[in-house]
Design a protein around this ligand. Sequence first.
Ligand SMILES: *Cc1c(COP(=O)(O)O)cnc(C)c1O
Length: 379
Amino acid sequence: MTARQSNYLRTAFVDEAAIRHNVSVFRQMLGVPHIFAVVKANGYGHGAVIASRAALAGGVDALAVADIDEALELREAGIDAPILCWIHAKNADFGAAIEARLDIGVSRPDQLDAIAAAASVLGQPALIQLKVETGLSRNGLAPTDWSDVFARAAQLEQAGTIEVRGIFSHLSNTSVEDDQAAAAKFRDAVSQLASFGVEPPLIHLASSGPAAKHADLRFTAARLGIGIYGLSPSHELDAAEIGLRPAMTLQAEVVAVRNVAAGVGVSYDYTYRPERDTSLALLAIGYGDGVPRAISNTGVEVVIRGRRYPIVGRVAMDQIIVDLGATETDVVAGDQAILFGDAHRGEPTVAEWADAAGTINYEIITRIGPRVKRVGVEG
Ligand SMILES: *Cc1c(COP(=O)(O)O)cnc(C)c1O
């Protein structure tokens, strides 16, 4: 419950030791040869470079992001581990992806053609991973395209134009039965691919939740996002119970403290009026930084000087107000408030925010905005 010093108005402290620890928890639990740390969307809001470096130090052997630009940013930061990316624009720059030695996910037949053409121009083999559709109805090769695309991939690999590094899909997490049905389709894709003589080292289906839950769906690799940040992939799995530690602590500075009389209106629309004379602390963070407006007046608390106080009134774009509960207070401008952190330290959690806002923890951390300074810390 002790806030860290910070010279910034808004700080997300990212505990690199926690990320390394979470990776090691998964490595021991899963026992798969390969783990991808999923660092898309700015490392789930933690800072993609900070998260990537910590996850690699913790023992993952590869990274994964959604698109080529995200992957190139990591390369520019000097990260040379394998990076998988799987969502591409029609005119995506596959040449840049090949030159950066990215693992390019292939979700449509025309993407394989475009990648092969770019590889031929460069005279450098493209690293690809085949993404197959197994139930989500999203991104992936349709089963009706499998045999054609697999045959073509085998041919291109023979010719040295591409190297098929992997095959993968993603689960809906709807029910055990639905996940098993998707896994059966996935196994079918893997064996169809093998029938063309292509047996890639990276065979992966599970993200954090399924990897933890289904021992039989781990294949040779897992793609771990939320779990390495120390948060629960669903209500079925408690991150703390399996030994994970939340990596992010969000803080904001108290920029003003004022005494007010009982009954005054607080923030837009005066949705809160204190029942007694009190003092209010103003924090320099708002929905522009990812504090959901939906948590207004839900009882979500912050910690200042080791004590909890409720956020009151409307969350504004740049500001929130907390009720300090009395006119006498030791809270002063310049104090740091903890908005969420680790329940084990008695701090409010991302889960509490998600419940109050009617969303999931993924959305809370991913939407922490660019004005919030990410600072890597140890412990
Ligand atoms: C985001 C994502 C993941 C990571 O999922 P978590 O639940 O955060 O572990 C894995 N695979 C794909 C395809 C994804 O889009």
